[in-house]
Design a protein around this ligand. Structure first.
Ligand SMILES: [Zn+2]
Length: 226
């Protein structure tokens, strides 16, 4: 276990943003649902630093098969995600593989913020603040892909720093990411990617200042040339 031992495995990508076939800036508090074809490469770029990007993946042809945090953690023997991590499905198959990472590690334990977690963690009057769960639901409601509340399962928080303490507790800590850092992953099958660019204002996962991220996709051929 703990093959990664929390060591930052910083790997840069050879891909050039000028060659990307898709390029979007997603403001904080906004959601995004997009199909990524097998072989395509998705980069999530932290434009201003310390941003949390809540993310779920589904098999595009059969969304009943979706990202499994438990299988991913067990198979890689580490609780953090970084270069080399295979993001496994509920069927144990790789949905995507992280191929580059200049941040060093990403959380898949902390879950997505919600009205419920905001009230229990912070204060009752935080119930009406924007949160990732509501963003996920809003995007799914407008997407017409047959996905809904029951399809929201344990997610990935790219760039978020949720260290496990020696006592086995989780803490939300100041981010390890910075402006211009990115994580990049290659789709191993056609996948649906659902993102909530986290609007959280009550803990340091966004440095109390949610900021935009840039989403880039390269065609399979671009990834193969590198
Ligand atoms: Zn959030």
């Amino acid at each position: 276990m703990n093959r990664n031992k929390g060591i930052k495995q910083l790997v840069e990508s050879p891909l050039n943003p000028e060659d990307a076939s898709y390029d979007l800036v997603l403001p904080a508090g906004e959601g995004w649902l997009h199909e990524i074809k097998r072989g395509e490469v998705l980069r999530i770029l932290d434009l201003e630093g310390n941003q949390a990007v809540d993310t779920l993946f589904y098999n595009a042809d059969n969304p009943e098969e979706r990202y499994s945090a438990a299988d991913t953690i067990r198979e890689q023997g580490s609780v953090y995600l970084t270069t080399g991590s295979r993001l496994l499905s509920t069927e144990g198959r790789p949905l995507l593989t992280i191929t580059a990472d200049t941040c060093g590690r990403h959380d898949t334990l902390g879950g997505a913020c919600s009205a419920e977690s905001n009230t229990t963690r912070y204060a009752l009057d935080k119930q009406y603040m924007h949160n990732c769960r509501d963003t996920f639901l809003r995007v799914l409601a407008n997407a017409d892909r047959g996905l809904e509340k029951r399809d929201l399962t344990s997610n990935i928080n790219f760039f978020m720093n949720v260290p496990v303490t020696p006592e086995g507790r989780l803490t939300f800590e100041d981010g390890v990411s910075g402006a211009g850092k990115y994580v990049e992953m290659r789709a191993e099958m056609d996948v649906l990617c659902l993102i909530s660019n986290c609007p959280q204002l009550n803990n340091p996962c966004n440095a109390y200042n949610p900021t935009p991220v840039r989403l880039l996709i390269w065609d399979a051929s671009a990834g193969a040339e590198s």
